[in-house]
Each structure stands twice: as C-alpha cells, then as structure tokens.
Design a protein around this ligand. Structure first.
Ligand code: GLC
Length: 799
C-alpha cells in the first residue's frame, strides 16, 4: 500500500520551457527543461506527426497501423523562431510551437486562420498501477466545430457532445450508444468554418476521446499507457483529410469481384444437405448470390481447420459442387484453439510455444465455443507465418474461397471484461508488452495472418477475408462487419451510420448483418434492410440460428420479390461499385460519403445521418420506419434524378420522397454516367458482351469514371486494367461525352449501349469521333444508342 499521498496522486504534469531545438531533415526535436521531448515530423505539407516522451528519450518507433507505402515528402518547409515561438511553415500549414510550454497552434498557410490549437496541450499523469503514463492531450474547440469518424461507434454521425472509449469488445446485441464495441479506430475528422482537419491518435492502449462533452469548448483524447503520438491532417476539404489518413494507414488490394456480390450466412447452415437446400433455392428463385458461409458447426467440436465428419463428410466435393453452381464457400475461423492433445493444430502450437502466456508463465487459458482454449500470439511474426500455413488444406486443397475471422477482440466467455486479463504477454513484433497494449491490435494481427495464408494458397486468385475486430490499418487486409446487431428498426438506422462512419475512418469494405443478427425481423424490416444493404460495400445477410429463418424467401412472396429486385440492382451496379472500390484502393477515397463529406460547405449536411452517397453519384436514403409510404429527406445541393421516375429535382432542400415497400429514396447525380452489367445469378455467370451506360443529362459538366479489369487475379497490378474517364457536357441543344482511357486491359465486349435520361432536345444528328453517323447505324431509338467501345467523342445535337 502506498501511504505517501504525494506518491499516490501526483496529478497532471506539464512540459516546461523549451531548452533545446534540433532538426534532422524533416524531423524536429524540441526538448524541455523537465525531460519532455516533442518529436515533430513533417510528413507532407498537410500532414504532421507529434510524438512526445516524458523521460528524455523515445522508445523504438513501432506501429501496426502505418502502411509502409504511405506517401512522404513536402514541397516547402521553413523553420523560424521569434521570442515566444518556433514557426514551422509548409505550403499548406503554419505550426507554432510555444517556447514557454510546448503548446502548439496550427494555422492555414493561406489565410493565417487557426485550424486547431492546443488548450492545455500535452500533459500526463504518472500511473503506478499501469507502470507508465496516462498521456493526455486537449485542444480548444472552435466555434461551431463538428466531429466525425471513430470507426464503428453506434452513435449519431456527428460526435459532438459525446465521450468515447476505444477497447475492442465482444458486444452481443449492443444497442444505440453502446460504447465501446468491436473496433478501436482512434481517428476523427473535425470541421469548423468550412475547414476540415483530422487527428489520428496512434496508440493501441485503451484510448478515450471527449468531444466537448466534459467541457463545452474543449476536445481531448488520452490513453491508459503508451505514447502521446498523433498525426494531424489538414484538408481543408474533409475528403482530403480522410484520404490522407487512409493513405497513411493503407487500403486493401482490389477484392475479387464476386466479393461485391450478395453473400448469405447463418449460424449455422449444416449439414451439407441444408447448405445445398439453401444454395439450390437461390438458383431456383433466381435471386443472385455469390457466397455461402459456414459458421462454427462445420467443424469437429469447434476445432479450427477441421471438418465435422458427420455433417460434412466430403468437404472438397461439396465445395466444388457449390463452386460449379457459382457459390464461393466462406468458412469461419476463430482464434481460440481447443486444448486437446489429439488435435494437431493445438499440439503443434504447444510444441512450438506459439500460444499467449500469462505474466507468470502459464498459458493464457480461456473458454470460447470449443470449451477451454489457448490463443496464438498473432503479434509474433513466426506465429503469423505458422497460422498462414494452416490454411493450405482449406484453401488450396478443399477450395474454400474466403475466411471469416470472428471472436478476435479477443472474446473470452464467462470472465469479467470478456477478454484476456491485462497481464497476458505479447511479443508485439519484438516489442514485448502486456495485453493492455496488444488488446486492440490482436484481431488485426489475426486477420493479417489469415489474409497472408489466403493470398498464398489462393494465388493467382485474390483472397477474401472478413474480420470482426479491427484497429486502424486493418482495412489493408480484410473486410469487416459490425458484429451482433439486432433485428430492430433502430438497428437498421445504426447500420447505416456505422457503414458511413467506418468509410469516414478509412475502412470502406464494411456491411451489417442484414436483417439483424439477434432476434428476427418481419418481412417489412428485412426488405427495408436489404434496400440499404445493397448499397453497402459488403452485402451479407447473417442471423443467429435460434431466431428462425432469414433467407430472402423466409417471409412471403411479396418480400421475396422485393429482395430479388434490390439484389438484382446491386448486380447491375457491380461495375459502378467496383469502380468505387478502385477509387478507394487507388485514390484512398471512401466508398460511402456522408453528406457532410460530400458537401461540407452546406451546413445543412453537418448533422445529417440517414442520407449518404454511394460511390460518387448515387444518393441513397433508407426507410427507417415501419408502414412508410416514403419519407422526408435532405437532397444535397445540385441536380438529382429520381432513380425510379427519372424526374429531375434541385437539391439544397428537404423534401418528401415516395417509397412504397418495393421502392426506396434513390437518386442519381445529374451528369453521371453509370455503368451497368446485365443481372447475373453470380459473378461470371454471363459473358458481358455489351456494357450499358446510363447517362443522366446535365445542363453543364460532370465527370465520371469506370474502372475495369479481369475481376480477379493480379494482372491489374501489371497495367492490365482499363480506367475510362468520361467528361459530359450538355448545353440545351447539344450533349458531348468525351472519354480518356488509361491501361492495357481489353474489355470483353465491343459496344456500349447508351441510355440517355433527361435529354431536353430531340436528337437530329449524332457524331462519333467527329464523323456524322447514320442514326440507324447506331440503332438510335428513344434516346438509346449502341456505339463502339472505342469511341473517344460522342456528340448528340438538336440540329
Ligand atoms: C459471434 C459472431 C457471429 C457468429 C457467432 C457464432 O456471435 O459475431 O457472427 O455467427 O459468433 O460463430
């Protein structure tokens, strides 16, 4: 017991006066008289990294979050000082570091206005219990400031006025405002006076964020251990903040196109005859579906990498038969390895000493589905290598195409805290530490190892992995879902916010358990949820077995027809969704855009939760309430076509939109060119012999893109892709479409079928690449025409 009250509570400590300054290329060091050092790295003109130590030297610099390929380099860097401060100037920012107390202010280099400023700034509390510091940072909140991001929080899209914790937690049937849940993504974006900046607190300990909740004018973040280590990103456009963060923490490679199809899951489909019954029914009812999932019951006593002999006697044959019918098999793999000397994965892990241990030596033992388990220490490179190797049979031999990593927070049953005790040791890639530091990245490292296994054994096809837990950067390896939600209308709304929030947090490839995991939706709720889900990057129905059936046909015929109709729309839109994935992969652009990200200058968007943009040009708004015939929604500024009626409407206002159960509010941006495939029952079912382009006329200009490649494999990384940039320009009696092409991929089709919507004039003449063509030669009829895919310039005129 500590009796000395001074030792017991030291309170907050602060940096003293700066006594030394050093510069090492793009890294600046400011040291204070009380052993605090600020290491300030100028990563880019708009990206700064702040790292503090309180003991006069830094530990090894290591982070799982940062992508090794992140951009670095600036155009301009100038450092001055005056009596009170150091002044660091880049082409975008001016950063002041105050000599008296190490606080900083960051200003816009163009207009000199404050973007973000320390309130108390960096301070800390020594914690004897933790054996380290509780590192703290507080920033002055600006007038009217709003906050977005933080991963999967089931909260209002605007985080202002709330406090959050980041500690990956198994959260069965969580609710609105439950915090924390499965993921820890300590990144937020702020917006005030039309300008946006972001902060990524790269600290894997338990972290906290307070957005003007404790004090109205202060935003703060702190961690129970580790370093105060954060990145500052300046926009001023919010999209640039998000893309900078995403560039730093990375994006995934392109997924196989089938992964953007519809997935069907349940806890659990077994035995084999049940799986076949489900897949056959999809084909019989002509509801497109690309993936079928096997939950824990496919295994022998929940032992990972085994198959139940009773339920799945011949997995290889079954997986092949499913594949012949267009279904990719995805199986669950959890981290807990059953303690069983007869089980080779366990024996090998034990022999090689790959399992996590308690501080005093014994293995970390905990109960999960298989009973008592040990858990691989995925933070050791050789363990990840071993784990990746375990997938050989499953992937290479049996033909499984995707792996679902669950319970990786890590979840442990029947213990307080539902996870490992904090004394458990981890290697942390050669930086040994306790679970307090490794907890939030455990699931990420598991998914990383899984991804490498799939990539190796599925080569030359692309891997597909889905994880429940994640830390910043996890998006490089895997897709994700929001865990065990509930079949309620409120959860439909939460799913919408979570998908947007994850996209704003660098993690676009996400979706919810459509219809809800716990409890059972009625047909109406399921239909409304499918309508939302088909516009999420990841689209899967999943439910827990004890609550009845949740397949598209589990309700009544009307619902089945509605579900089919919307899944068909998703399959038509596959080239559009794939292009959006490419923009995410290549340009770091989020696949879903909350209205605030789409148009931050319009203050009406700052608190909008339901409406969002899918890709760049589709405006989506789910129906969140039963018995609705439509809803009021905000149409962002600009001109939009109602997807169903093709009626043109001007935005910047709230309006009522009709939407019977078989419809939903859906709009297309004027000027957009939307590529469409024919409906297929699964990706690759049909040869695409023509690509449809839905052109939405605009009086003015609009750009669109279409990305294509072989839809799987790695040829695209060798230049065999096709990126077409379309410029559309309309001026009342003329419509011009120009294409600029890049890449060596030859699309399998020869022609585009172009459907023009909203054309305000009657077409008299058409020019393709500056040559007049006979209207009959391009099969012109009702504003539809067929032209060669090689065209670079198309003109339609009223005379
Ligand atoms: C967890 C998962 C859920 C899965 C279940 C059984 O609750 O979140 O998706 O079906 O475990 O494996």
């Amino acid at each position: 017991m500590i009796l000395n009250t001074e030792l017991e509570y030291k309170g907050d400590l602060f940096p003293a006066t700066i006594t030394d300054y050093k510069k090492d290329v793009d890294v600046l060091y400011f040291s204070t008289s009380n052993n605090v050092i600020l290491q300030l790295t100028v990563l880019r003109d708009s990206v700064l990294r702040f790292r503090y130590t309180t003991v006069g030297k830094f530990d090894k610099d290591f982070s799982y979050a940062i992508d090794q390929n992140a951009s670095r380099g600036y155009n301009h860097l100038e450092i001055d000082d005056d009596k009170e401060k150091y002044i660091i100037t880049t082409s975008k920012l001016i950063c002041h570091i105050y000599k008296s107390d190490l606080r900083n202010s960051i200003l816009d280099a163009k207009d000199g206005k404050i973007i973000c400023q320390d309130e108390l700034g960096f301070h800390w509390e020594e914690s004897y219990e933790l054996g380290g510091d509780i590192v703290k940072m507080s920033k002055a909140a600006q007038n009217g400031e709003s906050y977005y991001g933080l991963g999967d929080k089931p909260e209002h899209i605007n985080l202002k006025g709330r406090r959050f914790e980041n500690w990956a937690t198994d959260s069965y049937a969580y609710g609105k405002n439950t915090d924390p849940i499965y993921k820890a993504i300590p990144f937020y974006t702020a917006l005030h006076n039309g300008k946006s900046y972001g902060i990524f607190f790269d600290n894997s300990f338990r972290t906290y964020f307070d957005f003007c909740s404790e004090r109205r004018n202060v935003t703060s973040f702190w961690a129970s251990g580790g370093e105060m280590n954060y990145y500052f990103f300046y926009g001023p456009k919010m999209q640039d903040v998000v893309t900078s963060y995403t560039d730093l923490t990375g994006t995934p490679e392109l997924p196989p196109l089938w992964a953007l199809g519809y997935h069907q899951c349940k806890w659990s489909y077994y035995p084999e005859s049940n799986v076949k019954e489900i897949t056959n029914k999809f084909r019989e009812l002509k509801i497109p579906c690309d993936a079928i999932y096997l939950d824990i019951d496919y295994m022998e006593g929940f032992r990972c990498f085994t198959w139940s002999k009773e339920y799945f006697p011949e997995p290889k044959r079954m997986v092949k038969e499913l594949a012949d019918d267009g279904f990719k098999t995805v199986v669950i793999i959890d981290p807990g390895i059953k303690i069983d000397m007869e089980y080779d994965v366990f024996r090998e892990g034990l022999e090689k000493d790959y399992f996590c241990k308690r501080a005093d030596g014994p293995y970390m033992k905990g109960k999960v589905w298989p009973g008592e388990c040990y858990f691989p220490d995925f933070t050791r490179p050789e363990v990840r290598e071993w784990w990746a190797g375990l997938f050989k049979e499953l992937i290479e031999e049996i033909g499984v195409k995707g792996v679902w990593n669950d319970m990786n927070e890590p979840a442990v049953m029947d213990v307080p805290g539902k996870t490992f005790p904090s004394d458990v040791r981890h290697d942390y890639d050669g930086n040994p530490c306790s679970h307090q530091k490794a907890h939030n990245i455990y699931g990420m490292q598991m998914a990383r190892a899984t991804y490498h296994g799939l990539k190796r054994f599925n080569y030359p096809k692309r891997p597909f992995v889905i994880t429940r837990s994640a830390y910043s950067g996890t998006q490089r390896y895997t897709s994700t879902w929001m865990g065990d939600n509930v079949a309620t209308w409120e959860h439909l709304q939460i799913a919408n916010i979570q998908a947007q929030r994850l996209a704003l947090s660098g993690f676009s490839f996400a979706g919810s358990d459509i219809g809800g995991f716990a409890e059972q939706p009625n047909g109406e709720l399921y239909a409304r949820w499918i309508q939302l889900g088909v516009f999420h990057p990841f689209c899967r129905t999943h439910s827990s077995g004890d609550h009845g059936d949740q397949e598209p046909w589990a309700f009544d015929e009307e619902i089945t027809d509605i579900v089919r109709k919307f899944i068909e729309i998703r399959y038509e839109l596959l080239p559009y969704l794939y292009t959006s994935f490419y923009q995410y992969h290549h340009d770091n652009v989020p696949m879903l855009k909350s209205l605030v990200l789409f148009d931050q200058e319009d203050t009406q968007t700052h608190y909008r939760t339901d409406e969002f943009i899918c890709g760049n040009q589709l405006l989506v708004c789910p129906i969140n309430e039963p018995n609705s015939k439509g809803r009021r929604m905000y149409i962002p500024r600009g001109e939009w076509y109602n997807y169903w009626t093709k009626e043109l409407i001007s935005g910047g206002k709230e309006t009522w939109v009709d939407a019977d159960l078989d419809s939903m509010p859906l709009f297309v941006k004027a000027g957009a060119i939307i590529p469409k495939y024919p409906v297929q029952q699964y990706v690759g079912e049909k040869d695409i012999d023509q690509l449809t382009l839905d052109v939405y006329y605009k009086n003015g200009k609009e750009d669109s893109e279409i990305y294509e490649d072989a839809n799987d494999g790695y040829d695209y990384t060798k230049g065999r892709y096709s990126l077409k940039k379309f410029n559309l320009a309309g001026n009342g009696d003329k419509l011009i479409i120009r294409i600029h092409k890049r890449g060596k991929f030859l699309a399998p089709y020869d022609t585009f079928k172009i459907n023009i919507h909203g054309l305000p004039f009657k077409v008299k003449s058409i020019k393709v690449d500056n040559e007049y063509v006979d209207l009959k030669d391009v099969q012109f009829k009702n504003n539809t025409l067929v032209v060669t895919k090689e065209f670079t310039n198309l003109q339609l005129k009223a005379d």
